[in-house]
Design a protein around this ligand. Structure first.
Ligand SMILES: [Zn+2]
Length: 366
């Protein structure tokens, strides 16, 4: 028996990509709308001049506002009271995941369309229909689902290629996870149309990264926009978001996430570990992929991904994400309580999890 929604409409990401992606503003956005730009400080700095030039005569930019440093309810409320936000017809979300998500959730709250301008390729936030919210102390608060992705996403490959390379690096980790988490959590289920399509799409989250990841990373280091880099940027931002939208379409069964993300979100529950201060989301999720594969008994794939993590410098040991053996005692039970693994073909147990961490440790010692 396949369970599916009786009626549904899905909106998938619309985007423009390229060195001159912002020039599409005048084709995509209705004339003379008033926009307020909300983003991270670094993101706004990176794109401000190009954005002002591209918007000239097409969109009236009222102001540039800092999102506040955390994707939190508090910042959404504060921003909704800003004069420029109230006067704007549309919101321009600029920066990385947290800035984009804050602006997306704000758009939903005040009923204004959001256009996204990612300045790094670290997560798929620029094209997803969900905003991940945190408490002001950085601990995970929960997802805020939106009726659709941003109206249009402008992916300026030159801006992204000039961003610090660690963001692309973390993006590799987050994007690989999408395939493994979708494949494991949907295993054995009869899938609804959108879920089956999502699982197929998630396969395209892994393959381009294994093929082009290392080269793209080198090109990025030299700030060169190549076809390899563009493919990797699109995989991180667009492919992963398409998979995410399809895999969470009915809000009932969530095939979008799994053990790799459970490891990350569990760690955010211990502010004293300073995970958010010292490490990026995708960096830790990329580590979590290794735990997922070991817990799932996928030894060959584990070796492949272990080698991949090594080749691009993603973490392979707990020391690299600032965790000690004794921290694990507290962290592992928390991992088991995360909603990310609520839908799994078998219950993940403490034994499975500690076995996976032990095997990884042994691998590192060899
Ligand atoms: Zn993620």
């Amino acid at each position: 028996m396949i369970s599916s929604m009786p009626n549904y409409s899905l909106r998938l990401p619309a985007f423009t990509v390229g060195k001159d992606a912002l020039s599409a503003i005048r084709d995509v956005i209705p004339d003379h709308q008033k926009a307020v730009v909300i983003g991270g400080k670094k993101g706004i700095n990176a794109i401000r001049a190009r954005l002002e030039k591209a918007a000239q005569g097409a969109v009236d930019i009222l102001d540039f506002l800092w999102y506040g440093g955390e994707a939190s309810e508090e910042n959404i409320v504060r921003l909704s009271g800003e004069d420029a936000v109230q006067r704007a017809d549309i919101l321009f979300a600029v920066g990385g995941g947290k800035a984009l998500d804050t602006c997306k959730a704000l758009g939903l709250r005040i009923g204004k369309p959001v256009y996204a301008f990612p300045t790094i390729a670290s997560t798929c936030a620029a094209c997803t229909a969900v905003a991940i919210l945190y408490h002001p102390d950085g601990s995970f608060a929960g997802p805020c689902f939106l009726p659709g992705p941003p109206r249009h996403t402008f992916i300026d490959t030159e801006v992204i290629a000039s961003a610090p390379e660690r963001y692309l690096w973390a993006g590799l980790g987050d994007t690989c996870a999408k395939y493994f988490e979708a494949a494991v959590s949907s295993r054995g289920d009869e899938l609804a149309y959108y879920h089956a399509l999502g699982v197929s799409v998630s396969r395209s989250c892994l393959e381009p990264l294994l093929r082009y990841g290392e080269q793209a990373f080198r090109d990025h280091r030299e700030k060169k926009v190549t076809e390899e880099l563009t493919q990797v940027i699109l995989t991180i931002i667009v492919t992963t978001a398409v998979a995410s939208i399809l895999l969470t379409a009915d809000r009932i069964i969530d095939y979008n996430t799994g053990l790799a993300h459970a490891v990350f979100y569990a760690l955010t529950a211990f502010p004293e570990l300073h995970l958010e201060r010292d490490h990026l989301h995708g960096e830790v999720v990329g580590f979590g992929v290794l735990i997922l594969l070991l817990a799932d008994g996928q030894e060959d794939m584990f070796r492949k991904m272990y080698a991949f993590n090594r080749s691009v410098g993603l973490p392979t040991g707990i020391g690299e994400i600032g965790i000690t053996e004794s921290d694990l005692q507290r962290v592992l039970p928390k991992v088991l309580s995360m909603p990310d693994i609520a839908h799994n073909p078998y219950p993940v147990t403490l034994d499975m999890l500690s076995g996976a961490f032990r095997k990884l440790q042994e691998m590192n010692e060899h």
